[in-house]
Design a protein around this ligand. Structure first.
Ligand SMILES: Cc1cc2nc3c(=O)[nH]c(=O)nc-3n(C[C@H](O)[C@H](O)[C@H](O)COP(=O)(O)OP(=O)(O)OC[C@H]3O[C@@H](n4cnc5c(N)ncnc54)[C@H](O)[C@@H]3O)c2cc1C
Length: 416
């Protein structure tokens, strides 16, 4: 047997695939274990990207061309009457979860990616780590990477005290085909990133790759995300209750959302949002929602286990950086391992220190951007200065555009 080292990556979504591709690039033998039983590419919706994401993909040796997403160069804020109240020149590339997943999945050997493998337990000793799966099979390696998302089994086994905290609001989301945008005014929406700020809420809309990741005009998609305060004790469980009365917990498969719930969201869109945006919500076939969480983990490496992506830190989506953070975690892990020249313990200690600092700073940054939405559940008199709704100019400048430079992430922010 050669001296090649082996890694087990738990979770085959974007974070897991970045880790798998990066560890393979530094010469490791890598196997990915994904709980679900078939391709994940039908998942997800639009995502904002950062220059850093494209740079990590390029450093991995993969091609990033124009087909990765749709550029917009202007942001606008629409008032309740549909008029532009604010405008800002800023460029951003919007992609989709499926597009990034496909790129990473196709770059990794299919034979080393195993669907239908749910991790249940982990055993560690001085020589390495053993993963035990739901089917009873065992796999041994030098390193195990927990890239299994916000509800991570790996984290739960090793750091049960680190639990996601509900932020007090949900994101209602949808994706609409460009073909349904017929009027000239409708078509204008594809040229810009559009925002609406009803009191205590936040609506973001932008063009993304369409079906089959098509970025050609006429074939794109229009992504919308509406952040709305939602009490976690009563309202959220009600939203997650299907027509038979069964409550699915804190999320629900989109087709099971009760028709009266989506009808009410559409009616409230007509009441609160610019008419052209309410019309997009109206013709969305499948509205769905995700509860928003903060998660911070006290350790990103324990023994021969490293946590990465949403399994370690979840920043509210206002920084639009979950995918980029997972990519930077994966690259950081591979870089430290390579630099440590065989000393895996030293590499993991450095990975833990560096990426944990980044994770906690970006979580704090995202929490500040969403503080005013969370505060809606409190009486106005109890809201602090930091929980006041910032002016649209500030939100338009900050949302999804924060630099991912670790020092700049802590720089004092100025409003206005
Ligand atoms: C409303 C909203 C908007 C967002 N917008 C953006 C955006 O604009 N830009 C951006 O970059 N990010 C955005 N994000 C965040 C982004 O989607 C996530 O950060 C990213 O997908 C995290 O990837 P991950 O691989 O770490 O975790 P996940 O994608 O959650 O993957 C975890 C994987 O692990 C698997 N798994 C779980 N348990 C086990 C187990 N026991 N055994 C084996 N496999 C297991 C799961 O099936 C899953 O495939 C947004 C998130 C939300 C909620």
């Amino acid at each position: 047997m050669s001296g090649q080292r082996r890694a087990l990556v738990i979770g085959g979504s974007i974070g897991g695939l970045f880790a798998a591709n990066w560890l393979r690039a530094i010469g490791w033998n890598v196997t990915v274990f994904e709980r679900v039983t078939d391709d994940l590419a039908s998942r997800g919706a639009g995502i904002g990207t950062h220059d850093e994401l494209r740079a990590v993909i390029r450093r991995l040796g993969l091609t990033v061309d124009e087909t990765i997403g749709v550029w917009v160069h202007t942001r606008i804020c629409l008032d309740r009457n549909g008029r532009i109240s604010h405008q800002l020149a800023t460029s951003q590339l919007q992609s989709s979860w499926a597009r990034v997943y496909r790129l990473l999945k196709d770059a990794f050997p299919a034979a080393d990616y195993r669907f239908g493998m749910a991790l249940e337990r982990i055993e560690q000793d001085a020589g390495g780590v053993t993963a035990i799966f739901a089917d009873g099979s065992r796999e041994r390696a030098d390193l195990l990477v927990g890239a299994d998302g916000v509800r991570s089994t790996v984290r739960e086994l090793l750091l049960p005290e680190a639990q996601p905290r509900y932020a007090g609001y949900v994101a209602w989301r949808g994706l609409v085909d460009e073909a349904t945008f017929s009027s000239a005014a409708d078509k204008e929406l594809f040229k810009r990133y559009t925002m609406c700020f009803p009191e205590g809420e936040m609506m973001l809309c932008y063009p993304v790759p369409g079906r089959d990741n098509d970025t050609r005009p006429g074939h794109r998609g229009y992504n919308h995300i509406w952040y709305r305060p939602t009490d976690g004790r009563e309202t959220l469980p009600l939203l997650c209750t299907d027509a038979s009365g069964h409550c699915h917990g804190i999320s629900i498969p989109p087709p099971l959302i009760r028709p009266e719930v989506t009808a009410r969201i559409k009616a409230e869109a007509r009441e609160l949002l610019a008419p052209q945006i309410a019309a997009v919500v109206e013709r969305t076939d499948q509205l769905f929602f995700q509860a928003i969480f903060d998660l911070e983990t006290p350790r990103m490496a324990l023994g021969r286990v490293a946590l990465l992506g949403d399994a370690a830190f979840v920043a509210r989506p206002h920084v639009g950086a979950g995918v980029t953070k997972a990519a930077l975690d994966a690259e950081g892990l591979a870089r430290e391992i390579k630099a440590a020249d065989g000393d895996l313990d030293a590499a993991l200690a450095r990975y833990d220190r560096e990426r944990r600092l980044f994770g906690s700073r970006i979580v704090a940054r995202a929490r500040r951007l969403g503080a005013y939405i969370e505060a809606q559940l409190k009486p106005p008199a109890e809201r602090t200065e930091a929980e006041r709704q910032p002016p649209p100019e500030y939100l338009m400048r900050e949302i999804g555009t924060v630099t991912l430079d670790i020092n700049a992430l802590t720089a004092p922010e100025t409003e206005g």
